[in-house]
Ligand binder design. Sequence first.
Ligand code: SAM
Length: 177
Amino acid sequence: MTENNADDRSLEALLEYLKQSRGFDFTGYKRASLKRRIRKQMQSCNIENFSDYLDYLEVHPEEYLPLFNTILINVTAFFRDKKAWNYLERQTIPHILREKSENSPIRIWSAGCASGEEAYTLAMILAKTLGVEKFRDLVKIYATDIDEEALTEARHATYSIKDVQPIPEEMREEPSQ
Ligand SMILES: C[S@@+](CC[C@H](N)C(=O)[O-])C[C@H]1O[C@@H](n2cnc3c(N)ncnc32)[C@H](O)[C@@H]1O
């Protein structure tokens, strides 16, 4: 068995252990970034290989939190990935509106919403497309995340000046009453 193969197997064993012991299933994640992030956390414990790290987790349950925080990075922003948002606004939403009857509801799910910017971006785009009143009547946006701290931030919806920079100027203004 080559060193790389052994490394890959011990990573898979670690992922299986996290799934069984804590119910967190990372097996569908891209291996390259998973390895990079787990290694980063291992370094802070001076551990070099995945199987030693599994042993370490068994006796140090306090290690789960920093590990999960490292894996579940909450990178997000308003209108992050402009190309995808443009496509959603110009293609997907008009398609949804064409296919549904005028007053039927629209339900949207932001799965992995981090601190909420994605869900609020959806709200802004829908409100712009439908008009605020219709938006309020018809649209429900659900937002979930595995990370409770990120969800708390999302619920508070308090963002810095820098955070709101990517929002188009006209959407940042308060609506006139
Ligand atoms: C990189 S952020 C992306 C946030 C947002 N969707 C965006 O594109 O701007 C990924 C988010 O997904 C969450 N996440 C990762 N795995 C998850 C899972 N299995 N269930 C729910 N949320 C998850 C993380 O906690 C993190 O907040």
